[in-house]
Structure formats: C-alpha cells, structure tokens
Design a protein around this ligand. Structure first.
Ligand code: NAI
Length: 283
C-alpha cells in the first residue's frame, strides 16, 4: 500500500485548519484551498494561532517549522499532485457535490483518496459526483481536531476496500488517531447519538424549563460530561448543528432530529456560537 505524503484540504475553517494542523504535525506536506483572499488570510491566521498555542504548551517543538509544511492558497489546481484530499467546506450537499466533481477533474493521481469530513451528508451523494466513486469515502474528524483522537471511517457502497485501508493506515499510523468504522448513514455513530441530545437541551431551554447554565451544569456535575450540551453546540457552531440536524431529519424523518425554532432563529440572527462571539453564551 502506497504511503500518503501529500495531503490537500479544502476549507480552512474550524475543521479544515485543524485537519491541516494535525497532518503537518505528522510531517505531511499540506496544501489548503480556500475560496477568497480574506478567507485565505483568516485560515492562515487560524493555523498560526493554534500552532503558537500548541508550541507554548509544549505540544509542538516549533510552530514555525510545522507552518512551513502548510500552504494556504486560492487555486484549487494546487491539489493536482495530492495523494489524499479531505474536503471540509460548509455542510451543504450542493456545494460539496460541485466540489467533488471539480476535485475529480483536478486531482491527477488515479490512486488518490478523495475524502469528505461531512458530519451528515451521505458519502454516496458525493461519490457519484465523481468518475471514481471507488476512491471516495468519509473521514470524519472531531472538533478540536488536534485534541480529539476519534476519526469515523465511512465507506460508501461503492468504496474500494483498498481505499478504506489506505485511509485507515493514514489516520491511525500517520496521524495517531483511533478509527471506528461506520455505515454510510446520516450522522454516522457519534452525531446520530449526540445531535438529538443537543436538540433536546435546546428544546428544554426554549420551553423555559431550565436556564442554559443549569442545563449544562446538570450534565457536567450530574453525568460527568466535560461540557454541557449548549456549550457543546456553541463549540460545534449553531449553523453546523442545524445543518447536521436537518440532514438527520431528512434521512430518518424522526421528530427528535428536527431543529427546534430557537436554533433556527439563532442561526438567522448570526448567533453561531464561539466563532461569532455569541450563541447560548457570550465569548
Ligand atoms: P466553517 O464554516 O468553520 O469552515 C468552512 C470553510 O470552508 C470556510 O472557511 C469557507 O470559506 C470554506 N469554503 C466554503 N466553500 C468552499 C469552497 N468551495 N472552496 C474552498 N473553501 C470553501 O465550518 P467547519 O465547522 O469547519 O465545518 C466544515 C465541515 O466539517 C462541515 O462539513 C461540517 O459538517 C464538518 N464537521 C464540523 C465539525 C464541527 O464541530 N464544527 C465536526 C466535524 C465535522
């Protein structure tokens, strides 16, 4: 099995930057593609902030040395020579399918693995946008990527087992993550369990049953969760939480997955959680 040394990431937001960081920390050559010049600048800044924090905590010897292995660019053609591309753009099926079609044209190596970090969009929808569905799978990282060790590997019905094994070797042996295997169903393992829990907490707040602080303290102090469900929603991003809930609802048609009106109104208002400075809490 060929090792993967040249990695491409599309999207340098919360997840794309985290994935780029762990790949570069593992010694990989990384190219990240963003859409606009301001997004490239913001993405670079995100990487610098995270890596200098890691350096000050003694997690990396030299932030500068890791940053040297990462290029953030606007031109998608820069992914032509990559052995693995991980897509981490907005959770929107049309945007992702369009991108996979483009990646299929741009990435030259026929053995290259084309992966999505999607939380809830069926991998098959992205695979069939390409002429090489055998090389497409989900590699779902968790936020914050440099801290959380889990990765969900999600082959579609058409993924070649060799593709899955190359992805497994990359995330486990090269990145030092722990991989679990999931079927290609919305939410995979973790979000299928976590999102209804977060939505229940939002419904509890919405009904006036308890305050945000008390709901979160209930789970932190009463169930030993590291953070409560509303703080977790703020960390994930309320737009992403809503998008994942919608995909789960679309797939299973279960009311427990339907985004509550409060979540929808907060997204409309631009109160997206930590990334905008205000969600259920103010940052
Ligand atoms: P984000 O909103 O922080 O970042 C998305 C980035 O993609 C933005 O910087 C945007 O400019 C860029 N982008 C959008 N379209 C693009 C395109 N066509 N080409 C290049 N760049 C483009 O979102 P986040 O949270 O990083 O999520 C990304 C993906 O990761 C989503 O699919 C999400 O479901 C998934 N995910 C999110 C987690 C979370 O906790 N936020 C956890 C695990 C997966």
């Amino acid at each position: 099995m060929n090792a993967i040394n040249k990695v491409g990431i599309v999207g340098c937001g919360l997840m794309g930057a985290g994935i780029a960081e762990v790949c570069a920390r593992a010694g990989k050559d990384v190219v990240v593609v963003e859409m606009t010049t301001p997004a490239v600048t913001a993405g670079r800044q995100r990487l610098e902030t995270s890596l200098s924090r890691a350096e000050s905590r003694g997690k990396v010897a030299s932030a500068a040395e890791v940053l040297e292995r990462i290029q953030v660019v606007e031109d998608i053609e820069a992914l032509a020579d990559r052995g693995l591309v991980v897509e981490a753009i907005v959770e929107d099926e049309t945007a992702k399918s369009t991108l996979f079609k483009r990646l299929d044209e741009v990435v030259k190596d026929p053995d290259a693995v084309l992966a999505s970090n999607t939380s809830s969009i069926p991998i098959m929808k992205l695979a069939v946008a390409t002429e090489r569905p055998t090389h497409v799978l989900g590699i779902h990282f968790f936020n914050p990527v440099p801290v959380l060790s889990l990765v969900e590997l999600v082959p579609s019905l058409l993924t070649d087992p060799e593709t899955t094994e190359r992805a497994r070797a990359f995330v486990q042996d090269d990145l030092g993550k722990h991989a679990i295997d999931c079927q290609d169903r919305a939410g995979f393992v973790v979000n299928a369990l976590l999102i209804p829990f977060v939505l229940s907490a939002i419904r509890m707040l919405e009904s006036g049953f308890a305050t945000a602080e008390d709901i979160d303290q209930g789970l932190v102090r009463g169930a030993a969760h590291p953070q409560g469900p509303l703080a977790l929603a703020d960390l994930i991003g309320l737009d992403t939480t809503k998008a994942v809930a919608e995909s789960l609802y679309e797939e299973f048609k279960e009311p427990l997955y339907a985004p509550p009106p409060l979540l929808a109104r907060m997204v409309d208002a631009g109160l997206l959680g930590r990334k905008t400075g205000r969600g259920f809490y103010t940052y």
